[in-house]
Design a protein around this ligand. Structure first.
Ligand SMILES: Cc1ncc(COP(=O)(O)O)c(C=O)c1O
Length: 363
């Protein structure tokens, strides 16, 4: 029985499903002891390594300060981001993860019935925000595992408020050059926001350009979102940031839950900016592992689209529903998209080897 009267759009919506933990998979399948000992979680695109030592130290030192509220406006962090990114501080926003900022964009811009356009499959938080705001989803199928820019431009109508483009795309890992994104932006009316979700930007090793430098100055309707969760290894602290036109930043800020960017998140993120050369070493380790895993999979005969993020995509179609449970029964926890494919996060070399070994055993 439902108590109270939830909004119809919320009552009808599916909850966001985080990637499964090893314990959940072990409970479900009753893993044998060898598989349980070697179980790996490659389901949430997390960084397998802890944050660099200076970040851990800074956060630990600030734990005793949490009796006070943090700085709601995260002024020091925003100034540091502005300096790092070379933009005016009035363009910088911070939120509770980049998903927090995305939800703020929906809350600030999307009325019930407004259309939100995005390629699909893409990040599963987008339909959740559509449901929360009772918007209308316009999901545009990918073409060749990549956003179909013509179809996206054609899907925009007078009711469209947002176009959301994950670049690289989750779950396929494909990415577009900024010039191609510009060609989409130029076909979209100025009063439609184009949100470029760059959660995985730091893992891009190809030269794809930078939308903050190349798009934001001339296109006030472009919003770029980034995060400390993935490359910087701070997923549990929850700091996302974005760059937008100052008028957009002002609206986004109005709907930020008070103190949602918590004090430890601000301290950790500031320390991470200061430690970015050390973080780059971790990123390089992960991107070279990604390339190794992609080559190993292709050599073994699997189709793997270009992988620009910290995961690889196996577009298995109907075979997903056979391969995914078989991996999970051996303690390799990955992310299934039923009937479409499997997304496998890049872990440590040993974790990646375990995945490759169990997959090879399935053949
Ligand atoms: C495309 C995309 N955007 C945003 C996020 C969320 O990042 P954050 O931890 O900053 O909320 C993810 C996480 O999986 C993602 O895949």
């Amino acid at each position: 029985m439902t108590v109270g009267r939830p909004r119809a759009s919320v009552a009808a919506m599916a909850s966001y499903r985080p990637g499964k933990s090893v314990a959940m998979a072990a409970d479900e399948h009753g893993l044998d002891s060898t598989d349980e000992a070697q179980a790996v979680k490659l389901s949430s695109n997390e960084n397998p390594y802890p944050p660099v030592a200076s970040v851990v130290k800074a956060v630990a030192a600030a734990v005793g300060e949490v009796n006070r509220y943090g700085d709601h406006g995260a002024a020091e962090l925003r100034h540091a981001l502005a300096g790092w990114l070379g933009v005016d501080v009035g363009r910088v926003v911070t939120g509770c993860g980049s998903v927090g900022l995305l939800q703020q964009l929906f809350l600030a811009y999307v009325d019930p019935g407004d259309e939100v356009v995005y390629p699909w499959p893409s990040f599963e938080a987008y339909p959740v925000d559509v449901a929360i705001t009772a918007a209308t989803e316009v999901a545009v199928p990918l073409a060749g595992h990549t956003a179909d820019l013509d179809a996206l431009a054609e899907a925009v109508t007078r009711r469209t408020k947002l176009v959301v483009l994950a670049n690289p795309n989750n779950p396929t890992g494909t990415a577009l050059h900024v010039d191609r994104i510009r060609s989409l932006v130029e076909r979209v009316p100025d009063d439609v926001l184009v949100v470029v979700d760059e959660a995985y930007r730091e893992f891009v090793t190809a030269d794809l350009g930078d939308p903050i430098a190349a798009l934001v100055p001339d296109h006030p309707n472009v919003v770029v979102l980034r995060t400390f969760s993935k490359a910087y290894g701070l997923a549990a602290l929850r700091t996302g940031y974005g760059v937008a036109d100052p008028s957009v930043a002002e609206q986004i800020d109005k709907v930020l839950i008070p103190f949602a960017v918590n004090h430890l998140a601000q301290v950790g993120s500031l320390a991470a900016i200061a430690a970015r050369d050390e973080v780059q070493v971790v990123i390089d380790r992960l991107t070279s592992e990604r390339d190794r895993v992609a080559v190993a999979l292709r050599d073994a005969g699997w189709e793997v689209p270009d992988a620009h993020a910290n995961f690889v995509w196996l577009p298995l179609g109907e075979r997903t529903d056979e391969v995914f449970p078989a991996l999970e029964r051996r303690g390799v926890v990955v992310r299934p998209f039923p009937g479409v494919g499997i997304r496998v996060t890049i872990g440590t070399p040993a974790e990646n080897d375990r995945f490759l070994e169990v997959l090879a055993d399935l053949d």
